[in-house]
Design a protein around this ligand. Structure first.
Ligand code: ATP
Ligand code: MG
Length: 721
């Protein structure tokens, strides 16, 4: 494709052109939703490459999700016509690239494993079995959260153990642990090191560690990355910020874009102040503002503006529509959740009759459970849909199995071995696996190694263990020179895995596997960096729900968080009830403002049509559920109500909301005490806070006169002493 400078610039307004041309130094774009920030960013990439002759491999472009990284890669590919797209990735994905080159500096091999949730669960399974823990002690998802909190906040230096201690020393720590929390945490570190596995937190921590300890490596990356660009900068967290600072310190060409009204990840440590304080931190920063919105109709923007205005802590900025008149924003109050779902169905049918494609319709919601009623009706009404969360594409059994075959070839790790040694059936059941576990522990080898060493043992008579080993050995011997897509097709065929799916008659699984093959192929053709098997495996673990194959001809369902940065022609924002959206977990005014920003993000995803809906219902305690304050926030003249809501209901809802708002503390530090704080309880007396459990909403307090610690709800009065 022939590229022309005027062509590129013609697609941009004056502010965007300014952002594109300002290539040197520190540049910050602050602008509202849909104002063309991401567009400016991708065109700037093309400008650097096409106009200035910068090599894509010397540009780092950080996106917030893998989905947006993929989209960006494709855009850059079409703008530059170049196959080499450089480093377009999430922070985590970029860290994988660094570690694939330099993990040796932390004593890890190139073939480290990137762990995803199901890998972590497989490790937890082992730990729970070994130490007699049950899900009552802690569910897996709680355990994963606990591990993350330990790594981020409570033991931020944990990675030093992973790097410095030999495996036996980690095992000793695990053996010595007594509390469930410690057993799980140290057991997990041990399991991780055992297979050289790294989870998302480790990726960032290890990279930072290497940059700190090894100036030569840091310098190499600093010099390589001549230009750095970061999208969605309002949601950067402290560790990512540290990484960014380290990387840009040499060339000092840093370009960030963000919208303070779209900060929605502070609960995970994001900090919008990094965007606001950017100019003070980097003197000489050039700031570009963009005021015009290209995405949405004026009707949709008026609604979104009317909502976000209600936030107290914000810099006023209004989105000005570029587009002219569209359809009114529709608001529907149903009597039940089923009623809400049915109405959405009818509306979708109506749109379809008007020629709207299913794929142009997206349902957004605050939390997964909202989809239950909707899915039921969709199934009955035969409306095709895909959920971009819930069971994730890359979490599906057949996808994990297929990837495990690839991992077996490259890493021969225990996690993959357990998954596939008996899929398809090779007569390698529990008893034989236990035999291998035993042997592996005794000899300090992997399960696969154990199998190769004991293949002649009588226990494997009548099994297909030998075939399995030959298969793996055959592929392991020559994978370096073959494209990943080819290896994948070949091994799924030869191993009999696909045949197994065929005999099971699971067409859906076969389709998913075909989809995976296609996605590998696409990845190979647009990735930029050389795609070897280890490269692919390290990056694929970062793919999550939102990155699954694009669903054609289906309505999309996803959470608002997953929709960040994306846009859709028609959006249904459903489940708009108090206690759902805003979530009942919101306890402070500060958190309520973040929740409102989240609703703002949801509404500003819509290009042409926006629908808001709710179904009345009851809370667990029997009290009525009220319509969301985020609907009541909006000037009612901006809506088209399908049916005027009862005045009484609105009045009651306002009273309820006013009351809850009045007694809401300003910020988290007003509700919670920090660990170590001395407190007084009306009945239990004085004590010390030993933990803060935000999920349960309680302080754990060791009272002076009670032996064991107690969890005290945030609602109960504890006095500072
Ligand atoms: P968000 O804050 O939601 O991430 P954004 O600021 O990144 O939004 P983009 O996604 O870049 O906005 O752009 C929004 C829409 O407007 C896209 O469809 C884009 O193609 C279109 N757009 C952006 N700039 C222009 C322009 N100068 N002319 C025409 N269309 C534009
Ligand atoms: Mg964007």
């Amino acid at each position: 494709e022939n590229y022309e400078y005027t062509n590129l610039m013609q697609k941009l307004n004056a502010a965007q052109q300014e952002a594109v041309r300002a290539t040197e130094g520190y540049v910050r774009v602050i602008a509202g939703a849909g104002s063309g920030k991401t567009r400016a960013l991708s065109h700037r990439f093309a400008f650097l490459v096409n106009e200035l002759g910068i090599l894509p491999g010397n540009i780092l472009c950080v996106t917030f999700t893998n989905k947006s990284a993929n989209e960006m890669r494709q855009r850059i590919h079409s703008l530059t016509g170049d196959n080499d797209t450089g480093y377009i990735n999430t922070f985590h994905g970029f860290c994988v690239s660094v570690l694939q080159e330099d993990s040796y500096a932390a004593g890890y091999p190139k073939s480290f494993l990137v762990l995803d949730n199901s890998d972590i669960d497989a490790m937890l399974q082992i730990i729970y079995e070994e130490r007699g823990l049950t899900l009552r002690d802690m569910t897996f998802s709680m355990a994963r959260d606990m591990i993350e909190i330990q790594k981020l906040f409570k033991r931020p230096e944990y990675y030093r153990d992973m790097i410095a201690l030999p495996l036996e020393a980690l095992k000793e720590k695990y053996d010595a642990a007594a509390r469930a929390e410690d057993i799980i945490f140290f057991g997990y570190l041990y399991q991780e090191k055992k297979c050289f596995g790294l989870d998302y937190n480790d990726l960032i921590k290890f990279t930072l560690h290497i940059f700190k300890e090894r100036e030569d490596i840091r310098l190499k990356w600093q010099q390589r990355l001549e230009y750095i660009m970061i999208d969605e900068f309002q949601d950067i967290d402290a560790l990512q910020y540290e990484l960014m600072e380290a990387l840009c310190a040499w060339h000092r060409n840093l370009f960030v874009v963000g919208d303070p009204d779209q900060t929605i990840y502070t609960w995970r440590g994001a900090d919008g102040r990094f965007l606001m304080d950017f100019a003070a931190k980097f003197p000489g920063t050039q700031t570009v503002m963009m005021m015009e919105n290209y995405r949405s109709t004026p009707e949709i923007l008026a609604v979104a503006n009317s909502l976000i205005e209600k936030n107290k802590y914000r810099i006023r900025k209004e989105l000005l529509p570029r587009r002219t008149g569209g359809a009114p924003v529709v608001c529907h109050f149903a009597d039940t959740q089923e009623g809400e779902a049915k109405w959405i169905c009818e509306e979708i049918r109506r749109l379809q009759a008007e020629g709207v494609d299913y794929a142009d319709i997206t349902l957004l919601y605050r939390a997964h459970y909202v989809t239950r009623a909707i899915e039921q009706v969709f199934l009955e009404e035969k409306i095709p849909y895909t959920i971009y969360s819930g069971v994730q594409f890359f979490d599906r059994m057949e996808i994990k199995d297929a990837l495990s075959y690839l991992r077996m070839i490259a890493y021969k790790d225990d996690l993959s071995f357990r998954r596939i040694v008996n899929a398809p059936k090779r007569n390698m059941g529990k008893r034989r696996l236990a035999f291998l576990e035993e042997y592996a522990t005794q000899h300090g080898v992997t399960l696969y190694q154990a199998l190769t060493e004991t293949l002649d043992d009588s226990i494997f008579k009548g099994t297909k263990a030998g075939q399995f080993v030959s298969l793996i050995e055959h592929y392991a011997a020559g994978y370096e020179d073959r494209p990943v897509s080819e290896i994948l097709s070949a091994i799924l065929n030869e191993s009999g895995y696909e045949k197994m799916l065929r005999t099971e008659g699971s067409q859906e699984r076969l389709d998913n596997v075909a989809e995976l093959k296609q996605s590998v192929y696409e990845y190979e053709t647009t990735c930029g960096e050389e795609v070897s098997l280890p490269h692919y495996l390290a990056h694929v673990a970062l793919f999550t729900n939102a990155d699954g194959a694009e669903a054609k001809g289906k309505v999309k369902l996803m959470t608002v968080h997953a929709a960040k940065g994306l846009e859709f022609s028609t959006v249904f924002l459903c489940g708009m009830n108090e206690g759902i959206f805003p979530s009942r977990k919101v306890r402070t005014k500060e958190a309520m403002e973040e929740e409102r920003r989240l609703a703002f993000v949801a509404m500003t995803r819509a290009r042409n049509r926006l629908y808001l809906s709710r179904g009345a219902g009851r809370n667990f305690d029997g009290s009525p559920q009220y319509p969301s304050r985020f609907i009541l926030d909006i000037d009612p003249h901006l809506f088209h109500y399908t049916k005027e809501p009862r005045a009484e209901l609105i009045k009651e809802a306002r009273e309820y909301i006013g009351y809850s708002q009045k007694y809401m503390p300003e910020k988290e530090s007003d509700v919670t005490f920090s660990i170590g704080q001395r407190v007084r309880h009306a009945v239990f007396g004085d004590g010390t806070v030993t933990d803060v459990d935000r999920d349960k909403g309680a302080h754990v307090v060791q009272f002076d006169n009670i032996k064991t610690p107690r969890s005290i709800s945030f609602r109960a009065k504890l006095e500072k002493i």
